[in-house]
Design a protein around this ligand. Structure first.
Ligand code: PHE
Length: 418
């Protein structure tokens, strides 16, 4: 098979929208508003912005640069950049070996096995193993992200069809528990969500991801602003704005600062092969600083707007903000359905549609990492690689979907979004 010329984004606009699509996801709409409210509102936002600017942005620039320079997936990119075996990779492998030994001694056998495997892989393959881990991390995240994406799609249908007409937490909870404890329904929606994600990649970079990002990202912002307008004009909305934004430095703990740092990585999709993969389709003449700057502005704006869409309505309708799934799947359906005027289910539908769009564009970036890896490493055409990635992630996700009967069953989800 001859070498196919690597595609490029059509220009900076398409690239920025696609990276922003990856960055804006469940983390922005689901996690950020809540951790902000909990950790001192405006005070937390300041720390978060510092983390984004001084840690997130430089790392994002490095990832773009590695991708654009090598024009390869992370595994091949690190292989190329290592120039033979660098002492750093031996050092890293030794560090992991030390970590494995400590883990075994402290009884954390699973962590020990993982660290030992990683140490061995780096001894054997050098930094390209690190690139491979980032791709595996993306696939692992996608396997639960698409399960939740499936829940959200189901909620879009339920909301618009008026079947989510709950106005109290008890009934909202029973709708949620009924759904997540029916494996067949959860698995079906997970596979549908993943199929839509794969369809977004089908046309390639320009006619696939880029085209879809250009349609979906503006739609997401339109929906977000529409929900905000409704939320902010409800009587009593100001209490929600106060919870979300009024700075309270006494609530900002060391843990809160760490949370801001961790979230800045998660929200910008860093360390997960994505910016390297997307950067590998970037033309050499594009200004990386400009692109990273815009991605950060758009991502932060989406997170702030999400808080303004959620909390004013929650407080105005007499609920308390809750963490994680309770907020999204219990408090919010009840909140929107209480909005007077008879269109509560439509507001709930808009909200879940917006969440589904945010999740889809992030999922597309995750799946693309696997696809680009297969295309580059095995010199296969793109479409079979999309099908293979779909099947791999689909099967893995099914395992977790089948086992989920409650929120606590997914430790990965809890640690990143809960
Ligand atoms: N950035 C996405 C969010 O905020 C999540 C994500 C993480 C997507 C890593 C891709 C890679 O939800």
């Amino acid at each position: 098979m001859g070498t196919v010329k690597r595609e490029n984004w059509s220009g900076k606009f398409g690239f920025i929208l696609a990276v922003a699509g990856s960055a804006i996801g469940l983390g922005n709409i689901w996690k950020f508003p809540y951790i902000t409210g909990e950790n001192g509102g405006g005070a937390f936002v300041l720390v978060y912005l510092g983390c984004i600017l001084f840690c997130g942005m430089p790392i994002m620039l490095c990832e773009f640069a590695i991708g654009r320079h090598t024009k390869k997936n992370p595994c091949a990119a690190f292989r190329e950049l290592e120039f033979g075996r660098s002492p750093m990779s031996w050092f890293l492998a030794l560090l992991l070996l030390g970590g494995a030994i400590c883990s075994f001694f402290t009884g954390k056998a699973a962590l020990g096995v993982i660290s030992l495997g990683a140490a061995f892989a780096i001894f054997r393959f050098g930094f390209s193993a690190v690139g491979f881990f980032t791709i595996m991390a993306a696939m692992l995240i996608l396997s639960y992200y698409s399960v939740i994406g499936g829940w959200i799609m189901q909620y879009v249908v339920l909301a618009f069809s008026g079947k989510l007409a709950v106005t109290d937490l008890e009934s909202a909870r029973s709708v949620f528990v009924d759904f997540v404890s029916t494996p067949r329904a959860v698995i079906t929606w997970h596979l549908i969500f993943l199929a839509v994600t794969a369809a977004m990649l089908w046309g390639g970079i320009r006619n696939g991801i880029e085209k879809w990002s250009k349609i979906l990202m503006p739609l997401l912002f339109i929906l977000l602003v529409t929900v905000i307008l409704r939320s902010l004009t409800l009587p009593g909305a100001e209490k929600g704005v106060e919870f979300f934004l009024s700075p309270d430095f006494s609530k900002l703990s060391g843990n809160g600062i760490l949370e801001a740092l961790g979230h800045s990585f998660y929200t910008l999709s860093l360390g997960m092969a994505i910016s390297i993969t997307y950067g590998s389709y970037l033309a050499k003449d594009q200004n990386l600083f400009f692109a990273a700057g815009w991605v950060i502005v758009v991502d932060t704006a989406a997170a702030m707007l999400a808080g303004l869409a959620i909390f004013p309505a929650v407080f105005a309708m007499g609920f308390a903000p809750n963490a994680g799934p309770q907020l999204i799947f219990e408090v919010l359906p009840s909140t929107f359905n209480r909005i007077p005027g008879g269109f509560g289910h439509i507001w709930a539908g808009f909200f879940f549609l917006m969440l589904a769009i945010a999740a889809l564009t992030s999922a597309a970036s995750l799946l693309e990492c696997g696809v680009t890896f297969l295309v580059d490493e095995f010199k296969l055409p793109r479409k079979p690689c999309i099908v293979m990635s779909y099947l791999g992630v689909g099967l893995f996700g099914m395992l977790s979907a089948a086992g989920i009967t409650g929120w606590d069953n997914i430790p990965l989800v809890k640690s990143t979004l809960g």
